[in-house]
Design a protein around this ligand. Structure first.
Ligand code: CUK
Ligand code: CUA
Length: 631
């Protein structure tokens, strides 16, 4: 009814006013303190301290203030990465990766096509797991790696420019899903799972129906070269993975040990596994040549199926999902999904397991029951874990040491708190929580449904990324953040770890091939404005400096293949130009000291204006020229 609505509105208003009054009165006190003569310096400084403490635990980042953390969010089926400031949850940037991006021309420019390589024609992706390279178990600020489940790819983002610089398609595998990095001594390998099982030689010649020949692969990729180093064949479907803090073991959850192809077949068994990979033994097998090649490529595939010396299979409740290493380096935690439990594996017992001194189940030191649908677990720096409960729509905070005591039969309650989240959480992540620098300040919960939390925007709803303050004894929900389809996972990296460039280095490898092409044409892109024709191949070199392009017109013939190379000469930070040809579907970004290029066929005769589509100057509208296409 209308009355109800009015009442609801006035309650909301009161709440807002109360918050506002609260905030203003604190501010007013500080303000008064500064001018009130009777206040002693000590009193004033304690007031100032109270204020700064309040701000420390607040998600409020005032206009002009900077966030403490960079958050890297996956973009799910949008195929991109987003950078958020935490705790403000302001979106700072989008990094196109597997998708086509209208603003930057990613997917259209020659530079991005070279980086996309053999998958340059694919404009979609499903990006789940962004993780930063590490040195000695700490983020080193160099790269972010991310998987593309939909096209079996892995990409690398350079954090000095926040652009994608390598993309590879992983051979022999399908649906690259769980992805993490080696933490210690450094990220030599990025590893990822081929989730879907396929015939090892997937050439259509072997039986397509014989499911028993299908396999799922664990993939090890050299982080610097971005080449697949080797693959390990396993039993069952790999899901999520993580690494230890000793540089010895990698673990992955594994479902469908039944080798089923329908849902019913995949969940008949009571148990599935965590598969643990022994790096030293894998590298030794590789050296000894104990591998097989498939599909006519050169990637060595090791045999890690049950009974292999390279792996161990630890039975746990069926269909597990997330796998997370505790930042003290002691445990792998496998999340039950269909089971209300998580299984805690003691990493210190893995040597004994690989030396056949103990049985696989003897590595499990706790199996706390947390609630319905545990998917992923995050950690603080005080021995607590935070597990998302998808079905219960909660986060369970639990104490790892107490869970271990309970498993040994002691009567202790390991559950610390359950917090309702809105709604149905998938991943969660704590600030620096997958590293030795875990600080127990913030927890982000990526809720898959938002339902009534935001203004309705049609049948498609945003997701809800919720910020939770975990610095005190209790979890406190402090912010709701709507997110477009569909972040799966995120990490939060302290701002002190990342040092982005303000303008491009002219020697940057991303456009080095374009500059080399110009040089071969006798063109210095920093100076020259020239049109070079070779048959029906026309290359147009031009500079840009606000508010003009180096060429106010160029002429081509109908049917020519035209490459436009634009170099931005701006020394001034933040003056990005664009190059856009009307009615030709051509546009791209050129940031200060960057060179970008784009190739298209002049398939429409007449006059076509090109213009700058990144606002750069009071005369930005006038920053344009004509492409004359002669019939
Ligand atoms: S998966 Cu999405 S909720 Cu791809 Cu990391 Cu668990
Ligand atoms: Cu240059 Cu707008």
């Amino acid at each position: 009814s209308k009355d109800d609505d009015t009442q609801k509105e006035s309650t909301e208003l009161k709440l807002k006013n109360k918050d506002r009054r609260h905030f203003m009165s604190k501010t007013a006190m500080i303000g008064a303190g500064a001018v009130a003569a009777p206040l002693t310096a000590v009193m004033f400084s304690s007031l100032a301290k109270a204020k700064s403490e309040e701000l420390d635990h607040s998600a409020m980042v005032n206009p002009g203030e900077l966030d403490e953390y960079y958050g890297f969010w996956s973009g799910g089926q949008s195929g991109e990465i987003r950078i958020l400031g935490v705790p403000s949850m302001r979106e700072l940037m989008r990094i196109p990766v597997f998708n086509l991006d209208s603003a930057t021309g990613w997917g259209l420019t020659n530079e991005s096509k070279r980086i996309k390589g053999e998958s340059a024609n694919i404009m979609v992706g499903d990006a789940h797991h962004p993780h930063m390279s590490m040195t000695d178990g700490r983020y080193n600020g160099k790269y972010i790696f991310i998987n593309d489940k939909s096209n079996s790819r892995v990409a690398r983002i350079r954090c000095d420019v926040m652009k994608t610089d390598k993309i590879i398609t992983v051979p022999n595998a399908q649906a690259i899903h769980g992805l993490r990095v080696q933490k210690v001594p450094e990220t030599k390998y990025v590893f990822c799972n081929g989730e879907f099982e396929i015939p090892m030689n997937n050439d259509g010649k072997a039986s397509l129906e014989d499911v028993s020949s299908y396999r799922s692969l664990f993939n090890m990729i050299y982080a610097e070269k971005m080449e697949v180093a080797f693959q390990v064949m396993v039993d069952g479907n790999l899901d999520n993975a993580d690494a230890d803090f000793d540089g010895k073991y990698f673990a992955s959850t594994c479902y469908n040990s039944e080798h089923g192809v329908t849902l019913g077949e995949m969940i008949t068994g009571e148990r599935d596994h965590v598969v643990v990979f022994n790096l030293e033994r894998c590298e030794a097998a590789l050296k000894a040549g104990e591998f097989t090649l498939y599909n006519g490529n050169k990637i060595p595939v090791l045999d890690g199926r049950k009974g292999s010396q390279l792996t161990r299979y630890i039975p746990i409740a069926k269909s597990p999902h997330g796998l997370n290493t505790s930042p003290d380096g002691q445990y792998f935690v496998a999340n039950g999904k269909l089971s209300p439990t998580v299984s805690v594996i003691a990493i210190a017992k893995l040597d004994a397991l690989f030396n056949d001194k103990i049985k696989p189940r003897a590595t499990i030191v706790a199996e706390p029951e947390l609630g319905l649908g545990p998917l992923h677990t995050a950690f603080d720096n005080k021995g607590n874990a935070y597990t998302t409960l998808f079905i219960d729509s909660q986060i369970a905070k639990w104490n790892v040491a107490d869970a271990i005591k309970a498993y040994q039969g002691e009567k202790v309650n390991y559950i610390r708190q359950k917090l309702d989240v809105q709604y149905q959480p998938g991943h969660n992540h704590t600030s620096q929580g997958e590293t030795r620098d875990v600080d127990g300040k913030w927890l982000v919960c990526l809720s898959k449904f938002s339902k009534d939390r935001f203004l309705p925007v049609g049948p498609l709803h945003p997701e809800n990324d919720q910020l939770i303050d975990i610095s005190g004894d209790e979890m406190k929900l402090v912010h709701d953040g709507p997110a477009f389809a569909e972040p799966h996972d995120c990490i939060m990296v302290h701002r002190s770890k990342i040092h982005p460039k303000k303008i491009w280095d002219r020697n940057d490898p991303i456009f080095a091939d374009t500059v080399a092409m110009a040089k071969a044409d006798g063109v210095d892109v920093m100076v020259d404005n020239k049109v070079i024709r070779k048959g029906d191949q026309v290359t147009v070199y031009m500079t840009s400096i606000a508010p003009v392009f180096g060429l106010s017109e160029f002429k081509v013939k109908l049917g020519d293949t035209v490459t436009v190379v634009v170099t931005n000469l701006e020394q001034v930070v933040d003056v990005t130009h664009g190059f856009c040809v009307t009615n030709y579907g051509v546009q791209m970004e050129i940031s200060p000291h960057e060179t970008s290029s784009i190739t298209f066929v002049a398939d429409k005769p007449g006059v076509y204006w090109y213009y700058c589509n990144w606002f750069c100057h009071a005369l930005h509208m006038e920053m344009r020229g004509r492409m004359l296409v002669e019939a």
